[in-house]
Unconditional design. Sequence first.
Length: 174
Amino acid sequence: MARNVEIKARIDDFSALYAKIALLADGVPELIDQDDTFFVCPHGRLKLRKLGPDSGELIFYKRADRAGPKTSFYSLSETQDPDGLRETLTLAYGSAGRVIKQRTLFMVGQTRLHLDRVKHLGDYLEFEVVLEDHETEEQGIAIAEDLLERLDIQRQELVDQAYVDLLRKQQHPR
C-alpha cells in the first residue's frame, strides 16, 4: 500500500495562509470540490470521494488518530459511477458520515498541501508528505515538521481526528 505522513490543523485566517503557501508552492493551486461518503469499516476507513458526476475515488486507509505527523497507509481505486457505487456501498456496509469540502491543492516538493473549507466545520490545513518506497516514516515526519515551522503552525492548532469524526462530534456532543 502507498504511504504518506499527514498533519491536519484548524486555521483562522484562510487568506493569510493561502499567501504563505503560495510563496512555497511549486506552481499554481488546483481548486477541487469533494464530496466524501464514509462507510462502516472495522479495519480502517473506507470512503468514496465524488469529484464530479462521472468521476470518483474509493479510498481505504489506516492511520492513528493523534495530533501531529502520523503515517497513513492507503489504497485508491477510481470509479466512473460514484453515485451508483455510493448507493451500493451504503446498502452493503452502512454510511458512517459525509464530508463536503472545497479543497485548494498546492504542491511543495513531494507534499500535497490542502487548504480545506469544510461545510459545517470551517477552514483547515491538511498536508500529506507522499513517501517513496525507500523513504522512512522519520524522513516524512522531518519534512512535515519543517513545513509546520515554515508556515508558523502552532501545536495547539493541530487536529487529531478526521473531518467526519469532527462533524459527528459537533452534531452529537457528549
